[in-house]
Design a protein around this ligand. Structure first.
Ligand code: FES
Ligand SMILES: [Fe+2]
Length: 370
């Protein structure tokens, strides 16, 4: 068996796009690579933990898991956003057990310790006489939290640079598109039998697969005019749109002058059409699996628009079904002895190239530390 160092060294992250290969198949199937990613990619970057609408009012909270760590994100009575490890300081039970809700205090279900929304330990029943026990030092442990647009990000890395630095130019690139005018409508969660990176790769192939796999979607995009920008830790794929009668459902729900597909390293996507946004958060679920959380937003989320919005989601689901089937086939292929790594289209696959280089930089830096 190759060492992790050998596996990481087998990808050349300095090769230019026309020389480059994909990251090797072993990166998609090896438990040790997945472990490095958990610690250093997911545990080391800002990650979307909640939507801002879930935490709009004081007392609202959301629980999340990041890199295997249970977290709770909450808006305090003082209107401050905070996030903590959702791990009781007594004997490690999860303090908050609901996915989301509103609270004025968090009470651990195990022995009833209670914590304020600021994390401070408020009550510890029957704990008199415990020598050297300092309540002030037994609050929930904090993690980093910051908001941007409709998203609340969390970070386990105490030394993380501010979120704005992590997002870089993405912030100013999205600002003119005014996504704040879109409102959350519905969430759908998909489980896929493929490594999380297979889903990201499929997203970042610059529309390469669209004419072959997504005939309906292809009918409204000007495929030849599709552009791919890579900068900092984001990739923007964008296409002018055409009016087409080929696929009525797609034509009715995917409108506007342009389609905008943003990806932010490592695992968050924002897809925009006129009056429409969906976001995708890709979470690893073992080496051979992932979970993708789709949140759908619309400019009009009133009752009268609900039917149209659901139609729009159905169009998105059809595209996603096509992607799921191919991603799962890719994962099986990556396990085959017949495959090692592949080349990249210079015209189409600059986004994948950026993804693979950013990932390699994170993993090689991490492996160098051991
Ligand atoms: S584990 Fe939370 S009170 Fe005991
Ligand atoms: Fe696709």
């Amino acid at each position: 068996m190759d060492s992790v160092q050998d596996i990481l060294a087998s990808y050349d992250d300095r090769a230019a796009l026309d020389q480059a290969y994909t990251i090797p198949a072993s990166w998609y199937v090896d438990e040790r690579v997945a472990g490095l990613e958990r610690q250093n990619v997911f545990g080391g970057s800002w990650q979307v933990g909640a939507r801002a609408d879930q935490l709009a009012r004081p007392g609202q909270f959301v629980t999340a898991e990041l890199a295997g760590e249970p977290l709770v994100i909450v808006r305090g009575a003082d209107d401050q956003l905070r996030a903590f490890y959702n791990v009781c300081r007594h004997h490690a039970a999860a303090v908050v057990t609901e996915e989301q809700g509103t609270a004025s205090i968090f009470r651990c279900p195990y022995h009833g310790w209670s914590y304020g929304l600021d994390g401070a330990l408020k009550g510890a029943p029957e704990f008199e006489g415990v020598s050297g026990f300092d309540r002030g030092k037994n609050g929930l442990l904090p993690v980093g939290v910051e908001g941007w647009e409709q998203f609340v990000f969390v970070s386990l890395d105490a030394k993380a640079a501010p979120l704005a630095d992590f997002l870089g130019r993405l912030v100013s690139r999205i600002a003119p598109l005014n996504i704040g005018s879109l409102h959350f409508f519905e969430r759908r969660v998909y489980s896929l039998k493929c490594n999380w990176k297979v889903f990201v790769d499929n997203y970042l192939d610059g529309g390469y697969h669209v004419p072959h796999l997504h005939k309906g979607l292809n009918s409204v995009l000007e495929y030849k005019q599709y552009t791919i920008e890579t900068e900092d830790r984001y990739c923007l794929q964008s296409s002018p749109m055409v009016v087409s009668k080929e696929d009525a459902a797609t034509a009715a729900t995917r409108t506007g002058d342009r389609a905008w597909y943003f990806w932010q390293y490592p695992n968050f996507m924002i897809n925009l059409y006129r009056g429409y946004m969906d976001t995708n958060l890709v979470l690893p679920d073992g080496v051979d699996g992932c979970k993708v959380i789709f949140d759908f937003y619309f400019n009009d989320v009133s009752e009268s628009a609900a039917e149209r919005n659901r139609q729009s989601i159905a169009v998105g689901e059809r595209v996603n079904d096509e992607d799921v089937a191919i991603c799962e086939a890719v994962q099986r292929g990556l396990h085959s002895r017949a495959y090692g790594a592949g080349r990249l289209s210079v015209r189409r696959e600059a986004g994948e190239h950026l993804f693979h280089r950013l990932l390699a930089a994170d993993l090689k830096r991490a492996a160098g530390k051991d």
